[in-house]
Ligand binder design. Sequence first.
Ligand code: HEC
Ligand code: HEC
Ligand code: HEC
Ligand code: HEC
Ligand code: HEC
Ligand code: HEC
Length: 495
Amino acid sequence: MWRKILGYSYNLISLAGILLAIAGVSLMVIFMAIGIIAGLENPYLGILIYFVFPGLLVLGLLLIPLGILRTRKKMLREGITEVPLYPILDLNVRKQRIKAIFFIFATLFFLLLLALASIKGYDYTESTEFCGELCHTVMEPEYTAWSNSPHARVRCAECHIGPGAEWFVKAKLSGLKQVYRVLTNSYPTPIETPIPNLRPARDTCEGCHWPAKFYSGKAKSFFHYASDEQNTPREVNLLLNLGKAPKTPHASGIHWHISSEVFYLARDAKRQDIPYIAVKGKDGTITEYHDTDKPLSRKEINEKAPRLMDCIDCHNRPTHIYHAPGKEMDESFVSGTIDASLPYIRKVAIELLSQEYKTTAEASSSIAAGIRDYYAKTYPALSKTKAPAIEQAVTEVQKIYQKNYFPKMKVAWNTHADNIGHFYFPGCFRCHDGKHRSSDGKVISKDCNLCHEVLGQKQENIKPGTKVTGFIHPIDIGDALETTGCYECHQPAEM
Ligand code: HEC
Ligand code: HEC
Ligand code: HEC
Ligand code: HEC
Ligand code: HEC
Ligand code: HEC
């Protein structure tokens, strides 16, 4: 009976094809239903539903005609001559009519299903599950930092691909290479930055933040605690001069750089060492600034293509933000997740966090042992009365490690410099170090009030109620405050 219904497709290859196609469709439907009913968002489920099962279906559909062709060839070889290449269709015969209608509908159904799978599959390759979770180990640092950042609701693709067909193609091609590298375990650790084909640019950021909206200042408080017995609190309140008169061609302030054209050359790929800057004025005149300590020669300047400064030259860590252990501790005190009355807890935690560990598990157990031992030995009475606070501190410090150190990928909080300020990394001082000069004597200013005003400061060496007009350093460092980059002393993790 089957031979009659199936006709020429009654052969092993076509039968296998039919089975594969049916299996592909059923699995797709079943797994989709499971996903919807159970509310699962597992990245592997996506791979199965959108790639593996539709793949089975397509393979099956290809096998069916292949089997038919082979059968026909075999019949021809066996001397059966009346084997037409195409089925002879007579729509006046009822059976054949039903067959044809069935064939058309089945084809439409499969095509629809495949279209659906490819649309959903495409969406899926742009989803954060795909980018962040599937390549779990590889993307762990970026994914973790992203999920704790102000952009945790912005999908990876919105910054890394953005609008435009050209970027889309570039990103998918480079994505293929990355999938290959993950499968063959040949990816670099850490993932280098910047990635040329995944690089966010002005138009991606400006899809959500447009420069006409940058005005006035932004008041920001910086909380610090000393690494002493009392974990003494300190506070600096700054008014960041983001931009004045932003809607005019004469916009000034921090976002001036994007209302003008600032070009520069860097010696290193990470763009930390900037010996040459050229500013194009509104009238087309060019002002060149050279690093007076170690300038580039004219030949070197002419050889390289300069980079036009954009958002990423300052905001290179808008979402993959890693924090120094000191900064994390300060934030934990502010939010109350770590009890600031535990003596020396800041110092102890920072020392433990700054050590080298081979795995996250090793770090967690060393941190727990380190904190418990310290209080048991140094403050035995307190280690009993404050036991819950100490245990809470253990958990929080372990979390700080997990958010900022990824031994498998060789990423730590200071692997990628953050260019937004100048405290731990050169940042703005890459150009604004007072050493970049033009031939007519103009200097890219390091004046503390160019970028921010001190609104107030609380510190042991400032009497409460005193009006502070300029930043006062907590310990007297003389003129090093002006002559030395802050990051040169604040480099070690101890601060
Ligand atoms: C708000 C925009 C934004 C979002 C959202 C975003 N990224 Fe990034 N990403 C960046 C920027 C900016 C860089 C640094 C580019 C540079 O320096 O050239 C970067 C760099 C990277 C790097 C290179 C390594 C590094 O840390 O510099 C990887 C890998 C990466 N992102 C993966 C992801 C993944 C995975 C997601 C989603 C979970 C994601 N990104 C979401 C903006 C974003
Ligand atoms: C899809 C929209 C979207 C894109 C694209 C986007 N952002 Fe954002 N950005 C946001 C949202 C939403 C916030 C959070 C606003 C808030 O918390 O008030 C934010 C916040 C910020 C902040 C303030 C962070 C803070 O600490 O408060 C900065 C800076 C920023 N984005 C820079 C960038 C840069 C640079 C890019 C390009 C690499 C970018 N954004 C791309 C939506 C976006
Ligand atoms: C010269 C460096 C620089 C450039 C270039 C730059 N920014 Fe900023 N931007 C800053 C600084 C500094 C701040 C304040 C930092 C902070 O909030 O901690 C800031 C703040 C912001 C904020 C937060 C504003 C708020 O009110 O909280 C957004 C959004 C932002 N920038 C977006 C962008 C976008 C988009 C671009 C590119 C078109 C860009 N920036 C280019 C330095 C820069
Ligand atoms: C690639 C070099 C470079 C970097 C990095 C850089 N700047 Fe600038 N900045 C310049 C140049 C050049 C000028 C213009 C100097 C002049 O003409 O007087 C300038 C001018 C300024 C001005 C004055 C703008 C005005 O006219 O009102 C501010 C404010 C400023 N920068 C803030 C920052 C901040 C904040 C950062 C770090 C987040 C930063 N800059 C990083 C090159 C740079
Ligand atoms: C070219 C611009 C620029 C100049 C010049 C500059 N700063 Fe800053 N400074 C910044 C920016 C931008 C931030 C904010 C960084 C952030 O939001 O994380 C900052 C932050 C700070 C902070 C708070 C840092 C923290 O993490 O607690 C202090 C203190 C400070 N600056 C002091 C100074 C002093 C003192 C000088 C003069 C020697 C100076 N700044 C010169 C741009 C500048
Ligand atoms: C010569 C080295 C040196 C230079 C340069 C330096 N600092 Fe410091 N700074 C220190 C030391 C040491 C401490 C720790 C003081 C303490 O806790 O007793 C400190 C502490 C601080 C603190 C208190 C935060 C904390 O973690 O205790 C701030 C804020 C600070 N410095 C800002 C700056 C800024 C801004 C600059 C650059 C304009 C700068 N420092 C330059 C050595 C330096």
